[in-house]
Design a protein around this ligand. Structure first.
Ligand SMILES: NC(=O)c1ccc[n+]([C@@H]2O[C@H](COP(=O)([O-])OP(=O)(O)OC[C@H]3O[C@@H](n4cnc5c(N)ncnc54)[C@H](OP(=O)(O)O)[C@@H]3O)[C@@H](O)[C@H]2O)c1
Length: 312
């Protein structure tokens, strides 16, 4: 049983070390290993952005994505073998990192950090009132990352709601689901977070019709995917005051081009797709090894299997 690692920009040796520490009998291969026969490969661990044609490996049992988002991989369905499960990365390391990002930017909004940076640049001493009531946060996408972020925000006494495709229950997050409940969810969200996967249904979902349903002056934080945002509509909502600010980690084009209006917009914070980076760490390696062991024992993957019909 061999695992083939495909990535141009992930730390191959660190991934090898983490995986072999947990599974010493793992036969870790790279495309450069000239002795590899294609029929020796049982598992592929791939960067969705740099995934080659995987139809040439007849004994492939599963494809692991190095990232939580697999939209780039599903765009290449013609180079994916049929009937081989694709398993996206689920890791407490990813969830914690994303939670830190969301807590940081919700607190920045609550505590007027953007305004104080701007005032500071002008030597301006001007205290701003902090909302007395609990600020309401709405998280679109209440999956692995969204729910973890919601729990951390609720622990800080933000009033948190989430919106998902199917019905959910949580002791600390008020759950909304489906198109019918979207308006009610949006109308209470002073901070709107997106942690939605990119699918045909979520493409362009953040347009002016949706953003205008938020309370005036809302803050929008997007760490889902850039193609979910209609950029001209977002700028229009910021310029009109419908939105007070936006924090954007993902973009239609990455890296964000130097001449893009988002860079210099006074109400936009840009981060370079680093809200939660996939790293070769023990938690992520454990996830992969647990799934390999389950499949090798004759079972199926534990969770994280992509449903091609849903698109995530
Ligand atoms: N910026 C970064 O650094 C970074 C890092 C990692 C991931 N991401 C992004 O975060 C996304 C989410 O990751 P995850 O691990 O949390 O995924 P996940 O566990 O699959 O959760 C996805 C959530 O979105 C909901 N959803 C999907 N389509 C929907 C729709 N049409 N309407 C309503 N809800 C919908 C799902 O609803 P159900 O629960 O009903 O299925 C689920 O709650 C990834 O796909 C990726 O794009 C970004």
């Amino acid at each position: 049983m061999a695992l083939l690692f495909f990535s141009d920009n992930d730390d191959t040796e660190q991934w090898r070390a983490e995986l072999e520490a947990l599974k010493p009998d793992l036969d870790f291969r790279q495309p450069s290993d000239s002795t590899t026969e294609n029929d020796q490969i049982s598992y592929a661990l791939v960067n969705p952005m740099h995934c080659p044609d995987l139809r040439n490996y007849p004994n492939l049992k599963a494809i692991f994505s190095l990232y939580a988002g697999v939209d780039a991989l599903l765009d290449r369905t013609t180079t994916l073998p049929e009937n081989v499960p694709i398993i996206r990365l689920i890791s407490s390391d990813l969830s914690l990192s994303m939670s830190h990002y969301m807590v940081q930017h919700c607190l920045n909004h609550l505590r007027h950090q953007r305004e104080y940076f701007q005032q500071s640049a002008q030597c301006l001493w001007q205290p701003l009132a902090i909302e007395a009531n609990r600020l309401k946060v709405g998280i679109m996408g209440l999956g692995q990352l969204g729910l973890a972020a919601g729990e951390k925000l609720a622990a800080l006494e933000f009033d948190v709601a989430g919106w998902s495709r199917s019905e959910k229950h949580s002791s600390c997050v008020t759950c909304y689901h489906g198109v019918d409940q979207l308006s009610a969810f949006l109308s209470r969200s002073h901070i709107l977070i997106s942690l939605l996967p990119l699918t045909s249904t979520t493409t362009d979902i953040f347009n002016k019709q949706l953003l205008k349903q938020l309370p005036k002056g809302a803050c929008f934080i997007n760490a889902g995917r850039g193609r979910q945002v209609v950029e001209a509509d977002l700028i229009e909502c910021l310029d009109s005051g419908q939105l007070s600010s936006a924090v954007l980690d993902v973009f239609r084009e990455e890296p964000l081009p130097a001449n893009h209006p988002f860079w210099l917009h006074p109400k936009i914070t840009v981060t370079p797709h680093t809200a939660s980076e996939s790293r070769p760490c023990r938690e992520s390696a454990q996830w992969i090894v647990d799934n390999i062991n389950a499949i090798d024992a004759g079972g199926t993957a534990l969770s994280g299997v992509i449903d091609f019909n849903r698109g995530y």
